[in-house]
Design a protein around this ligand. Structure first.
Ligand code: SF4
Ligand code: SF4
Length: 449
């Protein structure tokens, strides 16, 4: 069934899927293993894992090296076999440090024994959640929300819809697209595990209509299963945002500060469903993921990459950067993080490395001309020009009142602004300041008690 669903706002940026960036036509190939991996113990939203290894330990692929701590967490596993040469803090793509396990690869490719689930079809919500936690499953679309939490909806929440996110709306990225073409059955299998365990009535699969062959592949995999529908959605950024996709497919609005769960929806990315299938049926923890290397690189590609592989290894394997490269982005050009160094490891949330010959981050701002374009395109119905002004005057409380915490940092406002205002950056700054203030307030209240 093909329907045309829309969400408010949105843009249609250059897809970057032609010329040198033709990753869309390039199937998934396995990246040669690096000589060394740097595996962060926090690759998810929530508490970092407790390190289970020390310098000198010998590890095998799939060995748990990070124990999840707290409810919102997911285990971390060795992605190569070899020897732990250090456990120390390293810089991540966001510029912050995280504790990492550094492993020198022995290239023996030795795995720990894998234990598939005996009866995957009989997994209930509790056992599915436990499996996700132990296997290190997190949202692979970039949010890295631990799936153990996603699969444990509170008792008072009624979930009737599972949305499978195959939108992949970010320009240049094609990892999910190729997963759907190659592993449609496995993706559906993972989705069915969630559906059965959480007793969800229907599955809606949303894919943008610039990937009609992926739509067909998923439809074929679904066969005549009446509980599953595949939708070809208009190609419009940020279609893949959880709230935007939920609205586009169900017309349900996720309230300010809420989650899709609040309106009866669980959203899972196609890569996450594939990883869940492998965890249940093969006993395989999350040790690799598909990463698109695209833009101004010699050989654009979609690689299956071991977690912890340094970006420089990825780039070298892709023949290096073209001379016109001005900026390197961890992720896609809209929501990705600009990189100033290449010794950053690929983590579970990294769907791509994009090299660009020009960058909006480098452009000079001019005065706002009050054209209103930023408000027109904002999928969260915010007024980015006003939030920008408030942030520059340090008026964070007013920013909060005007809904800045609902900003999904999609970059659509910045992209559409003729004055090249750094609107998304302003929202990001406000959110960081407000979050820090909230944390300090909570801490002070705790100490008073
Ligand atoms: S970055 Fe934030 S303010 Fe800008 S368009 Fe996206 S949601 Fe709206
Ligand atoms: S798009 Fe730019 S110039 Fe237009 S109102 Fe927004 S901030 Fe001002």
């Amino acid at each position: 069934m093909t329907l045309f669903h829309l969400f408010p706002g949105g843009i249609h940026p250059h897809e970057g899927k032609n010329g040198k960036a033709v990753t869309k036509t390039l199937p998934i190939t396995e990246l040669p293993q690096p000589t060394r991996v740097v595996i962060p113990l926090q690759q998810h939203i929530g508490a970092p894992c407790r390190c289970l290894v020390q310098k000198g330990d010998v590890v095998k692929i799939g060995m748990k090296i990070g124990e999840p701590v707290g409810f919102v967490s997911a285990a971390v596993h060795a992605s190569v076999s070899g020897k732990v040469v250090d456990v120390r803090h390293c810089i991540m793509a966001n510029g912050l440090e995280a504790e990492c396990v550094i492993i020198d690869n022995d290239f023996q490719d030795t795995w720990v024994p894998l234990h598939p689930v005996a009866n995957p079809d009989q997994l209930d919500a509790t056992s599915l959640s436990a499996l996700a936690r132990e296997m290190g499953l997190v949202g692979l679309g970039g949010a890295t929300f631990p799936h153990a939490v996603k699969f444990s909806p509170p008792k008072d929440k009624v979930v009737d819809t599972l949305i499978i996110n195959g939108a992949e709306c970010e320009p240049y990225l094609a990892a999910d697209y190729h997963l759907m073409l190659t592993y449609a059955k496995e993706i559906l299998s993972g989705a069915k595990l969630i559906q059965r365990a959480l007793k969800i009535e229907r599955i809606l699969i949303g894919i943008e209509n610039d990937k009609m062959d992926a739509v067909e592949a998923m439809k074929q995999a679904c066969g005549d299963d009446a509980a599953v529908q595949v939708f070809a959605l208009p190609t419009r950024y940020p279609q893949g945002g959880e709230k935007q996709l939920t609205f586009a497919l169900t017309k349900r609005v996720v309230k300010s500060g809420g989650l899709p769960l609040d309106c009866g929806v669980v959203v899972a990315n196609v890569g996450s469903c594939y990883a869940l299938h492998r965890a249940a049926y093969e006993g395989r923890p999350l040790v690799d993921r598909v990463v698109t290397v695209s833009g101004t690189v010699e050989k654009p590609a979609n690689y299956l990459v071991r977690i912890g592989t340094p970006v420089e290894w990825l780039l070298d394997t892709s023949g290096g950067l073209l001379p016109e490269t001005k900026v390197l982005i961890y992720g896609g050009p809209m929501m990705g993080l600009p990189l100033s160094r290449t010794d950053i490891p690929v983590t579970k949330g990294c769907s791509g490395i994009t090299a660009l010959g020009k960058s909006s981050a480098l452009t000079q701002e001019s005065n706002c001309i009050h054209c209103g374009r930023c408000s027109d395109v904002c999928p969260m119905r915010l007024v980015p020009s006003m939030l920008d002004k408030l942030m520059r005057k340090d008026m964070y409380e007013e920013c909060e009142r005007q809904g800045v915490m609902n900003c999904i940092e999609c970059g659509a406002c910045t992209w559409s602004c003729p004055a090249k205002r750094h609107l998304t950056q302003s929202c990001r700054t406000s959110k960081r300041v407000i979050t820090e203030r909230r944390r300090k307030q909570a801490q002070a209240q705790k100490e008073e008690m």
